[in-house]
Design a binder for this molecule. Structure first.
Ligand SMILES: [Zn+2]
Length: 181
């Protein structure tokens, strides 16, 4: 997909306080919401590695997330997980914590309900990766990050690993420097 400059948002990364805030429900599905969703898809596709994106990750405190697992762009507003079952282990990653993948256990299947862009009620029953995506993106709408889901020891290790990832080696000088914000 070609680059559409001006059509994408900057993805907020760990340390940005917007990632820790509770998003507000969408009460009015107007042109502004449609525009946000379009721009979120462009941002998701530009990221290449991402399969889902929640509005707080682009600085918007609204209960919206988009995802695309099989060339099918999908969006949900005001989602809730109403049922979950089982356990599934997966190396979870996050566009807002780039480069970090941590083995995390969460429910294997979920039932999620919300509304679509027409205001109609929708529900999705998902398993494994898609179920993980729903739980991960819904966490973003509640200001919850992967780090918050980890056990203390796992969190300590993941934080240390992430600090290492955010440092990069200058290919010319061979020195490690902090990535410029
Ligand atoms: Zn994430």
């Amino acid at each position: 997909m070609g680059s559409l400059s001006g059509m994408t948002y900057k993805i907020r990364t760990f340390g940005d306080p917007v990632l820790l805030t509770q998003a507000a429900a969408v009460t009015d599905i107007d042109g502004k919401v449609i525009k946000i969703v379009e721009k979120m898809f462009e941002t998701l596709y530009e990221s290449e590695s991402g399969i889902g994106l929640a509005a707080p990750q682009v600085g918007i405190q609204r209960q919206i997330f988009v995802w695309d697992m099989d060339d099918e762009p999908l969006v949900i507003l005001n989602p809730k997980i109403v049922e979950s079952d089982g356990e599934w282990v997966y190396d979870e990653g996050c566009l807002s914590i780039p480069g970090l993948y941590v083995e995390m256990t969460r429910p294997k299947t979920v039932l999620m309900k919300g509304v679509d862009l027409n205001g109609n009620e929708i529900s999705f029953e998902a398993d494994e990766l898609e179920a993980r995506l729903f739980q991960h993106e819904l966490d973003h709408l509640n200001g919850v990050l992967m780090f918050d889901r980890m056990q203390p020891e796992q969190r300590k290790q993941a934080m240390a690993q992430y600090i290492m990832i955010t440092e990069q080696v200058d290919p010319v000088e061979g020195i490690v420097r902090l990535r410029a914000e």
